[in-house]
Design a protein around this ligand. Structure first.
Ligand code: AHM
Ligand code: MG
Length: 335
């Protein structure tokens, strides 16, 4: 197979209209560049004294890892200058970041988790950058309002992640399927390695932090128990896997099928994961790959965020596996 770079792939697949300004392609180009810069830092993290925490706590109340801060700064610096954005929201920043008048501005809004699973950095295990791209509502001009950003996930125009694993991979959808690209460090380019990715209809792996089962309600307990007690499509029991980095657990789910679950807890009634920067982009990819994403009752992409850092329970992966969970939640709804 001839090597197809991500830029070539985008140029071939972007719908071309006379109104197209190239903003979107430019946005993706700078996102990819940010990802490459972060990957470079991560590769050398053990040598650069950037492991460990900063001693600060972020807006989510979690310890800020040094590499989190570096990834966040790289993303903001590069993306602010890309010319395609009017605003950004980062998991690490409490407020909306409006692109100032000193920079060229565009019509897009970028929501991102600069380094998902960052507690894995110190143990040299996979982490990633997750991103969601929205378009500013038509006709809106001037200062971006928070209401312009709080859009349901089905309005995303693009979403993806860059996984910093044994190799660095970009997984991307602009609404025409999901495509995976692997970074060739020798040439510094992402090359198409996984065209048109599809999640198997049913998997054989479930992924959840069972250490917290005491905090779950009965529906969540029964849903997880379903995977303990039901045979997978091959007549064997489901296997358990949990990296503890959503982006890595999702990547496995996309390739192998199965389900990733982060249910609501009594101590976290909205769940832990962020709707806009984690659940929505991965739900967009899951659906584009033929899978499903739900909070147990509602399709993730239909949820209207009530604030930038809104959280949601998440069940994501193979269609049949997510539907099994939804059937259990529906039973408890009726009761
Ligand atoms: P983070 O964005 O601060 O890294 O938090 C989100 C992470 C997910 O990547 C992961 O799936 C989950 O938190 C793990 O949480 P827990 O340790 O509660 O199982
Ligand atoms: Mg995260």
């Amino acid at each position: 197979m001839a090597d197809i770079t991500v830029t070539e792939h985008l140029l071939l697949h972007q719908k071309r209209t006379p109104q197209a300004t190239g903003q979107f392609t430019g946005l993706l180009y700078d996102l990819i560049l940010s990802g490459k810069s972060i990957a470079r830092r991560i590769n050398k993290a053990g040598l650069l004294d950037i492991l460990g925490g900063t001693g600060e706590v972020n807006v989510q109340g979690e310890d800020v890892q040094k590499m989190d801060t570096i990834a966040n700064r790289i993303m903001i610096y590069r993306m602010e200058r890309c010319g395609a954005l009017c605003a950004m929201s980062s998991e690490e920043e409490a407020d909306l970041i409006r692109v100032g008048p000193e920079f060229p501005r565009g019509d897009y809004i970028l929501i991102f988790d600069p380094l998902d699973g960052s507690s894995n950095i110190d143990i040299n295990v996979d982490v990633g950058t997750i991103f969601s791209i929205l378009r500013r509502p038509a006709g809106e001009k001037g200062e971006v309002r928070i209401e312009d950003v709080l859009q349901p996930g089905y309005q995303q125009v693009g979403a993806g992640y860059i996984l910093y694993g044994p190799s660095t991979m970009l997984v991307l959808s602009t609404g025409q399927g999901v495509h995976g690209f692997t970074l060739d460090p020798g040439v510094g380019e992402f090359l198409l390695s996984h065209p048109d990715m599809k999640i198997p209809e049913q998997g054989y792996i479930f992924s959840v932090n069972e250490g917290y089962s005491r905090y779950w309600d009965d529906a969540a307990k029964e849903a997880v128990n379903w995977f303990h007690t039901t045979e997978s499509f091959d007549g064997k029991p489901y296997s358990a896997r949990y990296v503890g980095a959503l982006v890595a657990d999702f990547h496995r789910t996309l390739l192998r099928g199965g389900i990733y679950m982060y249910p609501a807890e009594k101590r976290k009634p909205e769940g832990k994961l962020r709707l806009m920067c984690e659940a929505n982009p991965l739900a967009f990819l899951a659906e584009q790959a033929g899978g499903k994403a739900s909070d147990g009752k509602t399709r993730i992409l239909d949820k209207l965020p009530n604030k930038l850092h809104a959280r949601t329970p998440l069940f994501i992966g193979s269609k049949k596996d997510v539907e099994a969970v939804e059937r259990i939640y529906a039973k408890y709804e009726k009761a």
